[in-house]
Design a binder for this molecule. Structure first.
Ligand code: COA
Length: 260
């Protein structure tokens, strides 16, 4: 399907979605958010896609934030709607996807860009990456989940400092904070993401889906994560993947998961 602001291609079980507005440092406008929602939906439904990688085009930016030119004249109602719609279509959507999503942070990840990376299941950065939530320098606060996910990942004090100062941290600091899992060169970024995706793909997609639900439950208000874990754990016992995984182990061979 043709997109104007993004690229999406599948190779060997990995769908790579690239935000493709390099002249605007891949800033997220409404059209891009809608296209991303569509592309994630397609990839998640595609039984040949086992892992999704999201990155930005060009050498400078992953995503330099929400498109400021689009919301600069919004009023209170429009502002609230912007955040609600974005969270529904993209940020919460990605977090709750059953296909693993890796953010390949290849440069600036600011504001909505960092929020997008944080909504992914985990993040790998290139050594030129710079991350921050600069919204308070624009007179606004993060609205795509940043005030919630940043403290979850880096702790409250660091999140408070990053949001209050509107400053940027480099890739090594982000790694030390636990915001990204690995740092590599820009040239090797996608290859490293693919290598890790390869390890994920060897495992049961059905079990991974349950694990994502159980882990996410820890961060959902009013949801008992331990109960969700018990539910998801129990469900695994009714799957073909479980039969294959345990049988293969006992037969001392590599599991060939049917994905059901
Ligand atoms: N929204 C809209 N346009 C953006 C943008 C954003 N968040 N971030 C960058 N752009 C645009 C610039 O307006 C510029 O467009 P132009 O060439 O048509 O003028 C283009 O992308 C290149 O950006 P520029 O600022 O010239 O690059 P730089 O290397 O000098 O600076 C940044 C890079 C990332 C430091 C700077 O672009 C920036 O601060 N961006 C905004 C970051 C931000 O506040 N994000 C949170 C939004 S809520």
């Amino acid at each position: 399907m043709p997109y104007e602001n993004i690229l999406s291609e599948r190779n060997d079980g990995i769908t790579t979605i690239t935000i493709n507005r390099p002249n605007k440092l891949n800033a997220l406008n409404k059209a891009t958010i809608n296209e991303l929602n569509q592309a994630f939906k397609v990839a998640d439904k595609d039984k040949h896609t086992k892992v999704i990688i999201i990155t930005g085009s060009g050498e400078k930016a992953f995503v330099a934030g929400a498109d400021i030119s689009e919301f600069a004249h919004f009023d209170v109602k429009e502002g609230g709607k912007l955040a609600a719609k974005g969270q529904e279509l993209l940020f919460d959507y990605i977090e709750n996807l059953s296909t693993p999503v890796i953010a390949a942070v290849n440069g600036f990840a600011l504001g909505g860009g960092l929020e997008l990376a944080m909504a992914c299941h985990f993040r790998i950065a290139s050594d030129n990456a710079k991350m921050g939530l600069p919204e308070t320098s624009l007179g606004v606060i993060p609205g795509y989940g940043g005030t919630q996910r940043l403290p979850q990942l880096v702790g409250k004090g660091r999140a408070m400092e990053m949001v209050m100062t509107a400053g940027m941290i480099d890739a090594e600091t982000a790694k030390a904070y636990g915001l990204v899992n690995h740092v590599t060169t820009q040239d090797e970024l996608i290859a490293l993401c693919e290598k890790i995706a390869g390890k994920i793909m060897r495992n049961s997609t059905v079990a991974i889906k349950g694990a994502i639900k159980a882990i996410n439950a820890n961060y959902k208000d009013g949801v008992d994560g331990y109960k969700e874990e018990i539910k998801q754990f129990g469900k695994c016992f009714g799957t073909d993947d479980f039969t294959e995984g345990t049988t293969a182990f006992l037969e001392k061979r590599k599991a060939e998961f049917p994905g059901t």
